[in-house]
Design a protein around this ligand. Sequence first.
Ligand code: ME8
Length: 511
Amino acid sequence: MSRRFFITTPIYYVNGAPHIGHAYTSIAADVMARWKRLDGFDVFFLTGTDEHGQKVEQAAVATGVDPQAHVDRLSADFRAMAEAMGVSFDDFIRTTEARHKRACAAFWDRLVASGDVYLGAYEGWYALRDESFYNDDELTTLPDGTRLAPTGAPVSWVKEPSYFFRLSAWQDRLLAFYDANPEVIGPPSRRNEVLSFVRQGLKDLSISRSGFRWGVPVPNDPDHVMYVWVDALVNYISALGFPDENGPLWRFWPADLHLLAKEIVRFHAVFWPAFLMSAGLEPPRRVFAHGWWTVEGEKMSKSVGNVIDPRALVAEFGLDPVRYFLLREVPFGSDGDFSRRALIGRLNVELANDLGNLSQRTLSQVARNLGGRLPAIAAPTEDDEALLSLAAALPDQLRELIDRQALHEALETVWKVVRAGNAYVDRQAPWALRKTDPDRMAAVLRVLADTLRAVATVLQPFMPDSMGRMLDQLGVPVEARSLAGLAVPLPGGTVLPAPSGIFPRFAEQAA
Ligand code: ME8
């Protein structure tokens, strides 16, 4: 098995401030990247911004600034958002960078060399908002005659000279590829959607635009810029130094996981593998699409005024609680709704009560009754053994769940252990043992400390800062915080720092 792991987020369009949807994908990818690092993998985690296309050009013109100045400002904001969300990216690619334009030109030349590119004329519907072409039969018509794409974006009729990619010739090879790689698209609902789209037959794809300038120039034809989606997808290899296949980062190709939401599966699971195979490169190993967030039951939109700024949420609730909520609330892959009530409920019940109390109950008794020294491991009773074996199973269980992007199940699996830990404290009542059987009290507290250590270790990717503090309080040295490190027990007598609460409670507020 390869111990390298390359994970990407979409590169986000720079046409507004980042919102909770962007933060969600980036945080989920961050959890997976951190998990793989914790498990000893050599990880490359890529995010960035998509800065070309007619939509961006028009937005810049509307604000009266030069497009480059416009994208510089917005890209910096996306980068700042990622940093504020604790996103541990290894590189942040921008499609206006020279390294990216060079990679696009080389990639285009490869497609041309493969015989898959020809010059023609595009005539059809185009939705600027989606930067996407649509067939007539995909559209709906409003009473006033306006035509809309399935995404709700208005379309307009475009007629211009265009280069085409011979996608029609790739249908059978794509189907063979999906067949040979059943895990390449997830979740299964998205895989089925892609399979039926490809089985219906593929039309050649327009891959250049000639009506505007804000894009990567097509090599040897100054009248054309590359279709923004060709340019955008290439980011995943330009960040690895393409076309230099002997460079230090090329070993990360093919990507282990392209993470994105459901509306852009077709670009990643149909067009991108076809382009790559045409260019003689390996297609990605997996494309996984999560669902969409709505807010208090409504679609997020600037006009409704319900767009949630993730940085404002963090300012109010703290980063780790927000990360936890986003990944716990919704099965990863399904749509979900953001509500303050649900957020506050989970933070109070699951973080403050379940996990916060378990650690407080354990550590305050170690501090008070054992002089703040971690007790030695004692011969376990059946009840001890039951809890310890649940905790010891966590790394393997989470490996399997996170490898199939079941982040919500991973958290639920950890919480089963947390709840078992609280039930164990209630049963064992170490506070009552203090006078009657102090040795047994010490043994119980050690079982609890070891359980908490396992829990905090596997939760680090989700809540890096809080779990770092919990491991500090448990006396776990930084170098012993990996999954491998869990196998080595802490010595009895380790001096623990004074415990302090990790998760605050929040008052429910009327909306
Ligand atoms: O599509 N719920 O960029 P984009 C969940 N530039 N996720 C959401 C979301 C929501 N309500 N809104 C946005 C593009 N996202 C292209 C991508 S990649 C080569 C080019 C997240 O700014 C989700 O990951 O429209 C979605 O796929 C992405 O932002 C779309 O970002």
